[in-house]
Design a protein around this ligand. Structure first.
Ligand code: ADP
Length: 249
């Protein structure tokens, strides 16, 4: 393990669209084994910053380090193999496949199992065993043999999280994990994120401030593409500049 206590670091990260700086000289340090939230009013640059950190977008300038290694020019697929996985891409769930089949596919991808090896008994057994563990971990046992299309919205997002965990990430990047969820599902998802974050690091963009308060060890507040404040929820929520920024939203 390298990179010290910070697993993911952004140094002077900037992104311009034409002449407009959506993210400007952002420094961010995500400590290992913590939950770190990126918040801010609409247009603050959260999505752009998240897309830069997850390698879905190239910065105009600045650097990103994962475990001390410069990943600024590294492809998203290579970054995934290095242990940084972004969740909540609806496309990661195959609606016609059962919950179990979806997880088998994710595990197969993780293990890089070829079709012939995949057919061998021992490979099948180990993949099935891990898939069942994941199903139990996220509480989808009752839906194991149901097609993913039959899951509720919250259920689909739970399955997405499980397929992400199947990739065995060291750091998990969550893009608005509570978006579109009913309040009952939000409680379940908060519990689930807390559970899956054990022994891992989480960086998330989230609008629901109750969820942010509940889950986060550290919060970075962005405004107009820059870091406005950073600290615990208690610290940032009492910061007059943060209060003003949110009141103007
Ligand atoms: P947030 O997620 O905090 O709402 P965004 O990162 O989506 O903020 O956007 C930050 C700013 O950058 C906004 O003013 C937005 O209009 C602008 N922006 C985002 N993406 C693009 C783009 N592809 N082209 C031009 N401007 C963009």
């Amino acid at each position: 393990m390298t990179g010290g206590e910070n697993i993911l670091v952004a140094e002077k990260l900037s992104k311009s669209f034409g002449g407009f700086k959506a993210v400007s000289d952002v420094d961010l340090k995500v400590r290992r084994h913590t939950i770190h939230a990126l918040i801010g009013p609409n247009g603050a640059g959260k999505t752009t910053c998240f897309n830069l950190m997850t390698k879905f977008m190239q910065p105009t300038s600045g650097r990103i380090l994962l475990n001390g290694e410069d990943i600024t020019r590294t492809k998203p697929s290579a970054v995934t193999r290095m242990g940084m996985v972004r969740s909540f891409q609806i496309s990661s769930v195959f609606p016609g496949m059962t919950v179990l089949e979806n997880l088998r596919v994710a595990l197969q991808r993780k293990l890089g199992i070829s079709y012939h090896f995949w057919r061998s008994r021992s490979a099948l057994d180990s993949v099935n065993e891990r898939a069942n563990e994941l199903i139990a971990e996220v509480g989808l046992e009752a839906f194991k043999h149901r097609p993913a299309s039959e899951l509720s919205y919250g259920g689909k997002r739970t399955l997405e999280l499980a397929t992400t965990i199947a990739l065995d990430p060291e750091i998990l990047l969550l893009d608005e994990p509570m978006a579109g969820m009913a309040s009952g599902d939000i409680h379940k998802m908060v519990d689930l994120i807390r559970r899956v974050s054990q022994g891992r690091t989480v960086l998330m963009v989230e609008h629901n401030l109750n969820v942010v308060a509940d889950l986060s060890d550290t919060i970075t507040v962005l405004q107009l593409g820059q870091v406005l404040a950073e600290g615990s929820y208690r610290e940032v929520s009492q910061n007059p500049e943060v209060i003003t920024a949110y009141m103007g939203d």
